[in-house]
Design a protein around this ligand. Structure first.
Ligand code: PBG
Length: 319
């Protein structure tokens, strides 16, 4: 049978009917809100979710998030001082560590994820230590592990390595276990691309590389089979959750990872994706709310379980 007996429009006739046959749902419990923490607050009027909070400000943000049903936060630290190794990343009194301690005691129900990387903490802005002008893989692993353990000590539920060094998941897993944190999960930024869409983030996190770019460690945007190899290795090294990042330009990668692996999958809808829609909406070209929900739903439809988004707090009110 075909048209005219078959008419797909029959199931689109009312909002309730469309709701019954909807294949993908976006729920607040899928969302993670990225939050930047610094010693000084910094408003961002055009991209509000990319402002910086003090520890006190994050406490307020946590209350607001829980109030609308978002129960997970991904913390990024913006330190006052940087050095060549990025030692602020594992400072016991660093902003992220202090924030974790403050949140952990007050909001036991909040899921606390932390970004583990060196780029905001190094003077040169790269995600690893520099040796002879290059980002050195193996010496970086020890430093990332220190950062991860310090986050676990301060109360993180999961650490999220975003550096793209080879072998970081194994190194971090071993360090966490040796330090007694076998219950701390690793959400690995497994397929993280060398993307132009990180622009607004680098301003918020003050993490723009001083020389060169990140193409020797982050992935080439043209590759998808390589993303599957990254995911396979991360799982073998002990990752609990895989991640694809950015999200919207990489829906095919999300789908491919979903089909190949059974592990939970996160997708990070990055700062440039948020900025594009904000800018287009400000110019009157499209409706922000509809565009945002459509994009986030598409990320779920492609196969992501967890969606990290700068709209998490606002979207909770739209769903
Ligand atoms: C740190 C890191 C970056 C992002 C998350 N963790 C920036 C980068 O790799 O340059 C980007 C997030 C975003 O753009 O929203 N390595």
């Amino acid at each position: 049978m075909s048209f005219p007996e078959i008419r797909l429009r029959r199931l689109r006739r009312s909002a309730a009917l469309r709701g019954l046959v909807r294949e993908t749902r976006l729920h607040v419990s899928d969302l993670v809100m990225p939050v930047f923490v610094a010693h000084e607050p910094l408003r961002n009027d055009r991209l509000p979710a990319l402002g910086r909070h003090t520890v006190g400000g994050v406490l307020e943000e946590a209350e607001a998030l829980l109030g609308v049903g978002v129960s997970a936060m991904l913390l990024f630290g913006v330190p006052d001082e940087k050095d060549a190794e990025g030692s602020g990343a594992w400072a016991d009194d660093g902003v992220v560590q202090a924030t974790l301690r403050a949140l952990r005691s007050r909001f036991p129900e909040l899921v606390l994820l932390t970004d583990v990387c060196l780029c905001s903490y190094t003077t040169h802005g790269h995600c690893g230590v520099i040796d002879d002008g290059e980002v050195a893989n193996d010496p970086t692993l020890e430093l990332l592990s220190r950062a991860a353990v310090s986050h676990a000590e301060a109360g993180a539920d999961a650490v999220c390595p975003s550096d793209m060094m080879d072998g970081r998941v194994r190194a971090i897993r071993k360090s966490l276990d040796d330090a007694g944190f076998d219950g701390t999960a690793i959400v690995a930024y497994s397929a993280k691309y060398a993307s132009a869409f990180y622009g607004p983030f680098r301003e918020a996190a003050d993490s723009t590389p001083e020389f060169g770019d990140r193409a020797t460690y982050q992935m080439d945007p043209a590759n998808v089979r390589e993303a599957l190899r990254e995911c396979e290795l991360d799982l073998a090294e002990g990752a609990d959750v895989l991640m694809v990042k950015p999200a919207l330009p990489y829906l095919d990668v999300i789908r491919a990872v979903r089909e190949r692996f059974d592990a939970p999958l996160a997708a990070y809808s990055v700062s440039g994706e948020y900025a594009m829609v904000k800018a287009a909406a400000a110019a009157g070209f499209l409706d922000e709310q509809r565009a945002a929900v459509e994009g986030l739903t598409a990320i779920r439809r492609a196969g992501a379980d967890i969606v990290i988004s700068y709209w998490a707090k606002e979207a909770a009110g739209w769903l």
